[in-house]
Write a protein that binds this ligand. Structure first.
Ligand code: N1C
Length: 305
């Protein structure tokens, strides 16, 4: 009985003379207040200025992991003599070169620490350059394992086919867009990287160096390409005795350029001024054979296969 009376009093007379409605209101008010007190600083801490939008495609998804995986594959499996290289350090130096920076003001210096960690000897007479002929040149070095394109060295192997850029207002990579060379800026983190590594690759070359050129396009030797702009001018005449060019025509294409064309003559003149001997051969047979392996039925391959 007493218990019954007590409980009915507590239900009907809310504590401290505050009505139940007021209690609910207070609860809601304090709840909201706490939510605001938590949400505002969290929001301030979490807020990121929007990343800048560019015309080119954004950073390759999982760039960090891909770089690290490729670095280990190269140093442990492809060239185990480089097994002492520190891949964690190399990939950190790679990303540090462009993260939190304006992707349109990239410099060679940004990549200098990365360059120092990835030096790698290429034997004399084994360097192979290419221009507008990436697939063919790499088909060739896949078979001629003693020859090296830039992508057969550690840094080229790691970066081949990837895209990357950062943003000055963020420590993140910009996965949405990166500057386009033509439409945004030429000094972008990606182009500056290829210029920097191509320059070193050419500076390191010695003996007879080779280049695969595409004779099925109009400007077989293009002075604006990385080969024509960077590599040719960074060969050291005191250690490079000759540049051997192989002008290759696509199977079945109408020939556009050959060793006797004006663009190749332009290359010859540039090298002459730089005291480097030049020799040129159309459709170098070993590479032609590789083209024919891919096109066995073509009439122009009849004499080979
Ligand atoms: O501008 P290119 O060719 O003449 O550059 C090729 C030349 C090669 O000899 C390489 O040593 O320059 C070096 N190089 C690369 O190794 C490379 N890998 C991937 C230059 N560029 C490279 N890339 C990408 O291809 C990069 O995006 C760059 O802009 C293109 C250049 O290819 P291209 O015009 O056929």
């Amino acid at each position: 009985m007493a218990n019954h009376r007590f409980s009915s009093v507590s239900e009907e007379e809310p504590c401290c003379n505050i009505s139940k409605k007021t209690q609910i209101c207070l609860c809601v008010f304090f709840g909201l207040l706490i939510a605001v007190i938590i949400a505002v600083p969290v929001g301030i801490l979490m807020w990121r200025p929007p990343l800048k939008q560019w015309k080119g495609e954004g950073t390759t998804a999982h760039l960090y992991e891909i770089l690290l995986g490729r670095c280990y594959t190269y140093t442990q499996i492809v060239r185990p003599e480089l097994g002492h290289k520190d891949c964690q350090k190399i990939v950190k130096a790679f990303t540090k070169a462009f993260l939190s920076k304006d992707p349109c003001s990239s410099t060679e210096q940004d990549y200098q620490p990365l360059m120092e960690l990835t030096d790698e000897p290429v034997p004399c007479n084994k360097t192979l350059f290419w221009s507008k002929s990436s697939e063919l040149a790499h088909d060739y070095t896949r078979v001629r394992q003693d020859m090296f394109t830039l992508e057969d060295t550690l840094l080229g192997y790691m970066a081949d086919g990837l895209k990357w850029c950062g943003d000055p207002g963020s420590s993140e990579m910009n996965y949405h867009s990166c500057p386009d060379w033509r439409e945004d800026c030429s000094n972008n983190s990606f182009s500056v990287f290829w210029n920097t590594v191509s320059k070193r690759f050419a500076e390191d070359a010695c003996g007879v160096v080779h280049v695969v050129l595409n004779g099925s396009i109009r400007n077989t030797f293009d002075e604006r390409s990385t080969f024509g702009r960077v590599e040719v001018f960074n060969l050291h005449p005191e250690k490079v005795n000759r540049l051997q060019a192989w002008v290759m025509h696509d199977i079945g294409s109408v020939h556009s350029d050959s060793c006797s064309s004006s663009s190749i003559n332009n290359l010859k003149q540039i090298l002459k001024r730089r005291s480097i001997t030049f020799s040129c051969q159309n459709n170098y047979r070993p590479i032609r054979l590789l083209q024919c392996v891919k096109n066995p039925g073509h009439s122009s391959c009849g004499s080979y296969i």
